[in-house]
Design a protein around this ligand. Structure first.
Ligand code: ADP
Ligand code: ADP
Length: 232
């Protein structure tokens, strides 16, 4: 489903050059929940952002669902990106818009009519357990509810892949568990491939089929949870 080959990302800020990702190759299977762990600054966020080309690699190739993203024309890339949802630590909702409008945002230009959009949003909010909040504003929701809205928005275009950048880091342990449970359900119900950056052991243990451990821009270990945490 996701093939990263020989990825390097170099940031060049005037006189300071940072090699954020160094020579990373990974294959992630359809339906897999894949964790990326490692200390702050290890390059996790930069690597995950290459999967939807939010960050263009300096060198290397990114293939998602059979498309070599770096080779696509802008229009085809826009289409391909719709099939890759993403959620963030701080939810990134539009505060002046209702939940309905937030979730509807990625459906602009989808060709669906008003009625179809309403129906789609009802389905999405039902899926994340927030049907009754359609007309609320983000400020009226808890952190966990905001992340559910962000998940609904990320799923609006029926993506194959969901990228999660520290999606539970701003949440308390109980809310974290409920979001993880939801992600697991979505993974099973929709056969959704999930890539999740985390520094929380609970996330890795309860959720991930495999993990990559990053350090200083490189993947230093990769495997099942059992492999990684039982080997010396
Ligand atoms: P992590 O997600 O593991 O905390 P990041 O991918 O955010 O790590 O960062 C990896 C390295 O790249 C860090 O040294 C960070 O400062 C640097 N970095 C990340 N984004 C940028 C950017 N847009 N410009 C310059 N340097 C960046
Ligand atoms: P986090 O640790 O939650 O990833 P950061 O503060 O590291 O958050 O990064 C926030 C944003 O700033 C990210 O989009 C990242 O790419 C960018 N960034 C991080 N480090 C640098 C840097 N040294 N120079 C420019 N942008 C950076």
């Amino acid at each position: 489903m996701i093939e990263l080959r020989d990825i390097d990302v170099v940031f060049n800020n005037g006189d300071r050059v940072v090699s954020a990702v160094k020579d990373v190759s990974l294959s992630i299977e359809k339906g897999e929940i894949y964790g990326i762990v490692g200390y702050s600054g290890a390059g996790k966020s930069t690597l995950v952002r290459t999967i939807n080309l939010l960050q263009r690699p300096t060198t290397g190739s990114v293939t998602v669902n059979g498309s070599a993203l770096m080779d696509l024309a802008p229009r085809d890339l826009r289409q391909a990106r719709k099939k890759i949802g993403m959620i963030f630590q701080h939810f990134n909702l539009m505060e002046s818009r209702t939940i309905f409008e937030n979730v509807a945002y990625p459906l602009k230009g989808s060709g669906l009519n008003r009625k179809e959009i309403s129906q789609k949003i009802a389905e999405l909010l039902d899926l994340v357990g927030l049907k009754e909040k359609t007309d609320a504003y983000p400020s009226q929701l808890s952190g966990g509810q905001k992340q559910r809205v962000a998940i609904a928005r990320a799923l609006a275009n029926d993506p194959d892949v969901l990228l999660c950048d520290e999606a539970t880091s701003a949440l308390d342990p109980k809310t974290t568990s409920s979001i993880l449970k939801l992600l697991k359900e979505l993974n099973q119900k929709l056969n959704l491939t999930i890539v999740i950056i985390t520094h929380e052991m609970a996330v890795v243990k309860d959720l991930c089929d495999r993990v990559a451990v990053m350090s200083n821009g490189r993947v230093i270990e990769e495997g099942t949870i059992l492999n990684i945490f039982t080997n010396p």
